[in-house]
Design a protein. Structure first.
Length: 221
């Protein structure tokens, strides 16, 4: 994924670094010094991802109608910090209008290779999900990968959890503003669906703890 890389940790977590993380740390520290919960430019913990498919019914939101791959981490305080939200409308990476566009298959390959073990995938429309997934399976970036995906058919339930857990979800201002603008138009964008699926995952699928005293998940019970 653009601006992000990661590797698996012995406790089952993942450590993320890269330009995206540097920007996140700088923004947090500029807003409130000492608010960054890690010792340097990395994000480490229970990292998960979610994939929402493009929504062709949304016309006014521009890129927000594209599909969205969202990545989040449960930080040391137990808050779900959104790491990145990357849009896509292609499965394969390629040149579009003279610009290299990263496709969904490469993003999924990266997430899997970093050791992320839970990827929620929108599946409320089975036909749509199978159509996209068939293309992903054929892409060379994913043909040799076993991806840890879970289908999420109950998007309304996920959105309810997202609202209930809003105080535990930290979203970068640029992403939050775009979703607030979509909310004002009455649109539930793929970006919001991706975050809702992440909230649902943290709420009902606790990661295996290496240390029994680890209490990060308690606030999600």
């Amino acid at each position: 994924m653009i601006g992000l890389t990661g590797f698996a940790l012995s406790d089952g977590g993942v450590c993320l670094s890269g330009d995206v993380v540097v920007e996140r740390m700088a923004a947090d520290e500029a807003y409130k010094k000492g608010s960054w919960p890690w010792s340097n430019a990395f994000m480490q913990g229970d990292v998960r991802a979610a994939v929402a498919w493009p929504d062709r019914e949304i016309k006014s939101g521009g890129d927000m109608a594209n599909g969205c791959v969202a990545v989040a981490v449960l930080d040391p305080a137990g808050d779900m910090r959104v790491v990145t939200m990357q849009s896509y409308d292609l499965v394969s990476t390629g040149m579009v209008g003279g610009v290299m566009r990263e496709g969904l298959a490469v993003m999924l390959r990266d997430l899997t290779s970093w050791g992320i073990r839970q990827i929620s995938v929108q599946s409320d429309d089975a036909k749509q999900a199978e159509s996209w997934w068939a293309m992903v399976r054929k892409d060379p970036a994913c043909t040799a990968k076993r991806m840890p995906v879970d289908g999420v058919g109950e998007i309304d339930r996920a959105l309810t959890v997202f609202r209930e857990m809003a105080t535990r979800i930290i979203t970068p201002r640029a992403y939050a503003t775009a979703m607030e603008q979509a909310d004002a138009r009455g649109e539930v964008t793929p970006a919001k669906k991706a975050l809702a699926m992440l909230a649902l995952s943290y709420k009902f699928q606790q990661q295996r703890r290496v240390r029994p005293e680890d209490t990060r998940w308690q606030g999600w019970n």
